[in-house]
Design a protein around this ligand. Sequence first.
Ligand code: SF4
Length: 361
Amino acid sequence: MSTNDPVVSLSSVDVHFETEGSLNPFEDTETVRAVDNVDLDIYENDIVAIVGESGSGKTTLGKTAVGLQKPTGGSVTYRGQDIWEAQKRFSDSSISFPDIRRSLQIIHQDPGSSLNPHKTVLSSLEQPLKKWEDELGPEDREARVLAMLTRVGMSPPQDYAHRYPHQLSGGEMQRVALIRALLMNPDLILADEAVSALDVSLRVEMMDLMLELQDSFDTSFLFISHDLSNARYLAEHSNGRLGVMYLGELVEIGPAEEVLSNPQHPYTKVLKWATPSLEIEDATEPPVRDVDIPDPVNPPSGCRFHTRCPNATEYCRSNTPAGLMAENAGDGEHHRTACHRVDEDSDYWESDTLPGASFDR
Ligand code: SF4
């Protein structure tokens, strides 16, 4: 397999949940289409930041990419091995499920939830080494943990090694969670809102640390955030990609710099408008017709953004964009958008605009 093959590949992935039934047993359950028909490849040493409002499906997509959520449609592969086939066949697959789980790690928004409150930092960090590097003796394990604590700026390491989680600040806990993930020698780390709870200066420090370690540990990051400025920082400082989700669909993806300087999807323009640090000209009116996010149980017909889109036409109301498309083959090939406006020959251009919308480019 060439090194250009993806480490993790999501193909036509759906994650649909049935809502809890009400007390009335005759009432139908409803389906939430948390993730709908998403394709995404993540490569070695890659950084992909996914942004979207709450309820856009970005966390579900992230968990699906690292094998913590089983898709209800499509497939997720790790180095060409279907993750859920590997689980079914356990060790009888080209890559075993435990090896896949070890290679795909997660750091949560609340690092405290992944650390045992009754264990010291040293004891928590030794666990993955005991499990995956059983040739190491206690002294080597401790030396490895102390070196990692120093590496992430927790010095003197002997002091931090014997602390309990409640004796650490939020930023320190997040660093310990990052070390724990890295000690598994993963290929991909899902950072799910991993810096959202930190104050701004710590946030930047933590993102810089992730980028530095990503480089030296040869790992990839899938970074999930509701905040476009965090995603921008991480993706721009790494030449990474930025993806935008709306109501379960990936509506735009491309090199971060290009997506931010030249957003193609009207929803990406809304996110950009809503991020004051991104210095938008003429930022007085939100570029949406309706501020309310539709119910994901019953998403709008056609393009799901048509109820809010400032450029929506009748055509958008009944026609779903044909997946992610590039505006110009060649240069724009890696910057793709799910919107009829990308296609110059689309019937969109001949259709009447919806009330309050216009054709503005
Ligand atoms: Fe707006 Fe139509 Fe594009 Fe959807 S397809 S984002 S409604 S212009």
